[in-house]
Design a protein around this ligand. Structure first.
Ligand SMILES: [Zn+2]
Length: 371
């Protein structure tokens, strides 16, 4: 494995590009994002945003001005605050309920509503969710397949149903975590983006149909037709394209309203203020680690390294200690109705044996860890 010379991303990460100096594209984009001169012209982008949203502002106050998809995390708190208070819009908050939500996330959604917004919860039939979580784990090695699809589909469905064309998304993940050049500069989240980067891993809704799951069970996860999207004029914008995205600042601001972090970071993560709404985050990240050799702690540490808040050496220590650590395995197995041995068997089908080997206790370890 080759590692970025500046951050800790390995070349086994999908869609990553290293330049001739051994620096990854996420680091190069961060340089541009943070440069005062010759970097991104944030003033121009802010002006562009104001001009766009003006077109969507309801003139007679009879409808919402925009939809903000929210999880209750610090980023969606920030998006809602910006749209309601800074841009003086009238947003409708929309949540696709996670199957493994936490009491912290429920508290935080309560706080979010108090910014002064109406809020819709969409909860998918829990019997279908359970089957989809199991199937996501078995065939794509990602129990959150259903969550990714729901998060990126339900707001578009509500936009069509309520005739509210503008959707304000948060960060552009290709800009923050790396990706193809054209996609790092994307302003718009649409069906194509959902398919490619929305965590669907090449599996469409219809690919999940089997003896237990019908297309009718999945109707809420099917993206609106092109015709409906065009009729309403649904446009999803990345707020992070127009305004410099800073998760830590978002978190600090959210705390001023009474937003709470987790009691501790999840196993496999480093920060206690990310992914607060997903109890099985450690399972998902363990699977990512087993496939690509890096986990959530790496993602988090890298952002700090790029912002100059952490030395690479310090980051390395954190990553070696935390990446890939697993917790709530028994609870997860009980939830989808399998044994822990069955979990191991399924997990092992996703291990990248080019980079992993078993240690003396039979546990998977990287042949050559981050360096
Ligand atoms: Zn890098």
């Amino acid at each position: 494995m080759k590692y970025c010379k500046r951050c800790l991303f390995p070349d086994t990460k999908p869609d990553i590009y290293f330049d001739e100096h051994g620096i990854c594209d996420a680091c190069r984009t961060a340089e541009k994002k943070n440069e005062a001169e010759e970097g991104i012209d944030w003033k121009r982008r802010a002006k562009e945003f104001e001009e766009i949203i003006e077109k969507y502002r309801s003139k007679d106050g009879k409808n919402y001005d925009c939809i903000v998809p929210v999880s209750g995390g610090k980023d969606s708190m920030w998006q809602t605050y910006c749209m309601k208070v800074i841009h003086k819009m009238n947003p409708l908050a929309v949540t696709f309920d996670q199957f493994d939500k936490t009491s912290v996330s429920e508290h935080n959604l309560e706080i979010l509503r108090k910014i002064g917004v109406d809020h819709i919860h969409f909860t998918l039939n829990p019997n279908i969710v359970k089957r989809l979580v199991k199937k996501g784990f078995e065939i794509v090695g990602d129990p959150y397949w259903v969550n990714h699809v729901g998060i990126f589909t339900i707001p578009a469905k509500i936009a069509v149903a309520f005739n509210v064309p503008l959707i304000i998304w948060g960060e552009n993940s290709q800009m923050e975590y790396g990706g193809p050049a054209a996609d790092r500069e994307r302003k718009v989240l649409d069906k194509r983006w959902r398919q490619e980067f929305g965590g669907m891993r090449g599996f469409r809704e219809e690919d999940m149909v089997d003896d237990e799951i019908s297309m009718s069970d999945l109707k809420s996860l099917v993206y609106p037709s092109d015709e409906d999207i065009q009729k309403v004029g649904v446009t999803g914008l990345f707020y992070g394209y127009y305004f410099k995205w800073d998760s830590q600042k978002n978190m600090e601001k959210a705390k001023e309203f009474g937003w709470k972090p987790l009691p501790r970071a999840w196993a496999g993560s480093w920060l206690d203020w990310e992914n607060c709404d997903m109890k099985f985050e450690g399972i998902r990240e363990h699977l990512k680690w087993i496939k690509y050799g890096y986990g959530r702690a790496t993602d988090q540490v890298n952002i700090f390294i790029r912002s100059g808040l952490l030395e690479r050496d310090e980051g390395l220590k954190i990553v070696k200690e935390r990446d890939g650590k697993l917790e709530y395995k028994k609870e997860f197995c009980d939830f989808i109705g399998i044994s822990e041995n069955e979990f191991d068997r399924i997990r092992d089908t996703f291990v990248n044996t080019d980079i992993f080997k078993r240690d003396g206790d039979g546990e998977w370890v990287l042949k050559q860890g981050p360096c």
